[in-house]
Ligand binder design. Sequence first.
Ligand code: DX5
Ligand code: ZN
Length: 221
Amino acid sequence: MTIQIAPSILSADFCNLQRDIQAIDHADMVHVDVMDHHFVPNLTLGEPIVKRICEVSELPVDVHLMIEDPDRWAPEYAKLGAASVSFHMGAVHAPVRLARQLHEMGCKACLAVRPAEPVEPIFDILDEFDMILVMTVEPGFGGQKFLDNQMPKVRRLRDEITRRGLKTHIEVDGGVSSKTAHIVAEAGADVLVAGSAVYGASDRDQAIDDIRTQAQAAYRD
Ligand code: DX5
Ligand code: ZN
């Protein structure tokens, strides 16, 4: 499996988003965190800004919705040009219907789980998703400490995906850096989101390369 790196622009300079998106050309996608002050205690950005990001980004745009009522809003982000849209298990009402709707629009569908949410309840609908996002911090803010207690969950999920011969990606988000990349990759994650570890570095592409090198060396096929 090839490791993919998705820098989160939550730690970028919101007054210089185009510049900061162009500073990550070693990345595989750009991760955009949409928060609504309700599902999480933070407010970031919404459709008008995601629209412009999709227009200027040469990388696929990976939208992470931390909002209530994703059944209503996720298709709007697909319409704007997102390559993938993640919505949370704790917020969605009809995950299968929403995943199928996104697919019809040519957009990848991803189901996200918070640290206290188990993955076993989604095993029966796993093949509906391109990717499962395992949060490795409580969602809402960048720069939090990595929760290594989420690794057994990543491992169980990878084992289930392998057992069934699925192609589902596992994305991890929160506290991922060149120091924790080997831990998530060894557990079976192949898409690594990193916000502060990339945008806190003076050379963003070097930071991406470092995370990728550590993860690729540790990934178990
Ligand atoms: C947190 C967001 C993350 C955040 C990660 O709720 O979903 O994408 O930007 O930031 P770091 O990498 O700094 O933990
Ligand atoms: Zn995120």
